[in-house]
Design a protein around this ligand. Structure first.
Ligand SMILES: C[S@@+](CC[C@H](N)C(=O)[O-])C[C@H]1O[C@@H](n2cnc3c(N)ncnc32)[C@H](O)[C@@H]1O
Length: 286
């Protein structure tokens, strides 16, 4: 930990922490998801192509949020293919459908459902998702059940965070402290920000073959680093949890100026910043 104000005497362990989805689906959070989607878009597009997504395929995107991965998949499979995005949030799937319509995609549809209760029939050629398994109560079990929604031989491809892969050189105190605050808040809420590193076990427990793993991260420099804004935005969403859980003192974060302060710091020391990495895992459903 670096310079993070911790006021809770005994942090709850992941086991006894509340497991409600911590980010919510307020309009501001969905707008943040879209900007985060833009930040990661090229890394995810390359990942989906490497996983084998091609024109004409039928794709299921779970935990689709505002639809960013679904829209990337829709561009790859084209109108000969199709995409179904699923999310429990009505507001998210409504927004996702509006975005798909605005993009002129008629081969994408969105469904509001709990992933634990969802099956796609007939099954898809590919099951994909980004930053969703970390929020499930039992990701291996849910993934195993979701395999009913993929054809035998179909693609299973997910990206999850390794938050700890993020770093600065030279060391940026504010940047590292902001990362630590986010990581500590997810941990105290009971969520694993390094789930990406546990994909082999997760895939095995879901009954899948060992996945091909990949790592992708944005690396940026100085005042132009977009990660500064992304980090400030996720801090803003998590702020009530940070204060409730004692990760930050009330009014201690000054979130309105955080992005600018991070940029000024990076520029002052000519820093290179690595953003949280996306670990990819891809296998064929046997
Ligand atoms: C961090 S967002 C990621 C959205 C999208 N995959 C992306 O990368 O932009 C996680 C999404 O998973 C959804 N989610 C989490 N748990 C879920 C569940 N059990 N069933 C359905 N959706 C769930 C949330 O509502 C949220 O929209």
């Amino acid at each position: 930990m670096h310079d993070v104000s911790l006021t809770a005497a005994t942090p709850p362990t992941p086991d006894d922490a509340p497991r409600a989805y911590p980010l919510g689906d307020a309009e501001s959070e969905l707008a943040r998801l879209i900007r985060q989607g833009e930040f990661f878009a090229e890394l995810t597009r390359q990942f989906l192509l490497a996983a084998g997504l091609r024109r004409g395929m039928r794709v299921l995107d779970i935990g689709c949020g505002a639809g960013d991965v679904s829209l990337l998949a829709a561009a790859i499979v084209g109108p000969e293919g199709s995409v179904v995005g699923v999310d429990r949030s009505d507001a998210a799937v409504t927004l996702a459908a509006r975005r798909a319509h605005a993009a002129g995609y008629r081969h994408v549809r969105f469904v509001a459902a709990e992933l634990e209760d969802f099956t796609l029939d007939p099954p898809a050629d590919a099951l994909v998702g980004r930053l969703v398994l970390m929020y499930l109560d039992n990701p291996a079990l849910t993934l195993r059940d979701l395999l009913l929604s993929v054809k035998p031989g179909g693609i299973v491809a997910f990206q999850e965070f390794d938050l700890a892969a993020a770093k600065s050189e030279p060391y940026c105190r504010l940047y590292e402290a902001a990362l630590d605050r986010v990581g500590e808040t997810f941990l105290r809420c009971g969520f694993d920000t390094r789930l990406g590193l546990r994909f082999p076990r997760l895939f095995r427990e879901a009954g899948l073959p060992p996945p091909t793993l990949s790592l992708a991260a944005r690396i940026e420099h100085g005042a132009e680093a977009e990660v500064c804004h992304a980090l400030a935005e996720i801090t803003r969403t998590l702020l009530p949890h940070m204060e409730r859980l004692g990760v930050a003192a009330p009014h201690g974060v000054e979130v309105d100026t955080l992005a600018e302060r991070l940029r000024v710091e990076a520029a002052a020391v000519d820093a290179t910043l690595i953003a949280p990495a996306l670990i990819g895992a891809c296998a064929r459903h046997v």
